[in-house]
Design a protein around this ligand. Structure first.
Ligand code: ADP
Ligand code: MG
Length: 384
């Protein structure tokens, strides 16, 4: 993570105010893809890449936000907050400000600096880390203190309604509630969660395919709509199915013929993924890494074949990892169509694994991937 001392002086030199500093991590999802909006289960991990937010009050009624990543500053009037997005990075912090103002907080003028080492736009949720770090910073300024799950919901609202990106609750929730050396099994229905320890000897190797395809008709929104269509048809037969979380493979067997083929496949992925995610948490709690790896592989091919949200590069990254020493399990993580794979790897083999995987991928695909060896870190907090 970036050095908070350097960050502190950077903020001070720019704004001439001593900042309170907050940090919020990015995340990687071990298993449970496209299950969050189906009120199902996900099992993310907060990672040791994070965004720092430094905040200090101003007396001129202005809100000035600066991102060191973009080396750019934007100014707003606290008394006339923007009410809609501008398509700029400042939408993320200002979305949070907008939501907090909507909660009834009077927002004073302040200076906010942001600096993150979560790779932007790689599926490791730099966006949630910016939102959560900003939320903690602004919260401290206005004297609010929301419980973690509520804060996560507020940040999700900023992303959904202000930034305009439809996403579930996972990213913000894990950024707020992550725990060092643990994965978090989250029930997206009621936000109850269970922590599962990740053994010391396991490293999280995140491999960026460096591609992000925008497939015509193949994005997050269409997949979500297809899943919802399948759910709707099943619910006609069994009204207690409010979300795919409530459906079973039995239901699909019985009524699948009425569902358009693509929607049926999406539903199959979500239903089986929910089962796998709960089983994966159990495997982790039992220290059964072999079973966890098996479930991750199954999840990848379900994501690739049934949900059709993988791509040639991601399938290659998963395949090329298979026979490398130290691999426990590998799959494409995040919204799909590119982005990163998550590889659970024996810690002592992680370095050679990363190097070999990078070499193989470059040779086969012709792109040099970014590979990060990470560990599970704690959730967002005030940086003393
Ligand atoms: P991901 O969340 O997977 O990294 P997104 O597209 O959801 O990708 O979010 C990336 C966007 O979040 C960036 O394009 C930028 O607008 C905003 N963002 C992330 N980190 C920062 C930062 N340190 N400073 C300013 N904006 C940031
Ligand atoms: Mg994001």
């Amino acid at each position: 993570m970036h050095d908070p001392t350097v960050f502190r002086s950077m903020h001070f030199e720019r704004f001439h105010g001593e900042p309170a500093i907050f940090v919020a991590p990015g995340r990687v999802n071990l298993i449970g893809e496209h299950t969050d909006y189906a009120e199902g289960f996900v099992m993310p991990v907060a990672i040791n890449f994070a965004t720092l937010a430094g905040i200090s009050p101003r007396s001129d009624g202005k809100i000035v936000v600066y991102s060191e990543n973009f080396r750019e500053e934007r100014t707003f009037e606290a008394a006339a907050l923007p009410v809609k997005r501008s398509g700029h990075w400042s939408d993320y912090p200002m979305g949070v400000v907008h939501v907090l103002a909507g909660e009834g907080h009077r927002i004073p003028g302040f200076s906010l600096s942001l600096w993150g080492d979560v790779p932007l736009g790689s599926g490791l949720s730099s966006s949630a880390s910016v939102e959560v770090a900003t939320a903690l910073a602004v919260e401290s300024l206005v004297g609010a203190s929301y419980p973690g799950p509520v804060l996560a919901r507020l940040c999700q609202r900023a992303e959904n309604h202000f930034v305009g990106a439809s996403s579930g609750i996972m990213d913000q929730f894990i950024s707020v509630n992550g725990k060092e050396n643990h994965a978090l099994l989250l029930d997206c229905r009621d936000l109850s969660f269970q922590l599962a320890p990740i053994p010391d000897r396991v490293a999280l190797v995140i491999a960026n395919t460096m591609v992000k395809h925008s497939v015509a008709g193949g994005d997050y929104t269409t997949r979500r709509a297809e899943a919802e269509e399948a759910c709707h048809i099943l619910a006609c037969h069994r009204p207690e199915i409010r979300f795919l979380r409530d459906a079973t493979l039995d239901d699909l067997d019985k009524w699948g013929d009425e569902i358009p083929p693509n929607a049926r496949k999406r539903a199959k992925h979500i239903i089986t993924e929910n089962q796998r995610t709960v089983a994966a948490a159990k495997a982790l709690l039992n220290s059964d890494l072999h079973e966890l790896g098996r479930l991750m592989a199954e999840a990848h091919w379900s994501y690739s074949h049934d949900f059709e949200a993988s791509c040639v590069e991601a399938d290659a990254m998963v395949n090329l990892a298979q026979d490398l020493p130290g691999l426990i399990g590998a799959r494409l993580t995040g919204g799909g169509f590119g982005g990163c794979t998550i590889n659970l790897v024996e810690q002592k083999a992680a370095g050679t694994f990363a190097e070999a995987l990078g070499g193989r991928y470059a040779a086969q695909i012709g792109i040099v991937p970014e590979i990060h060896i990470c560990h599970a870190s704690g959730g967002a907090h005030h940086y003393a």
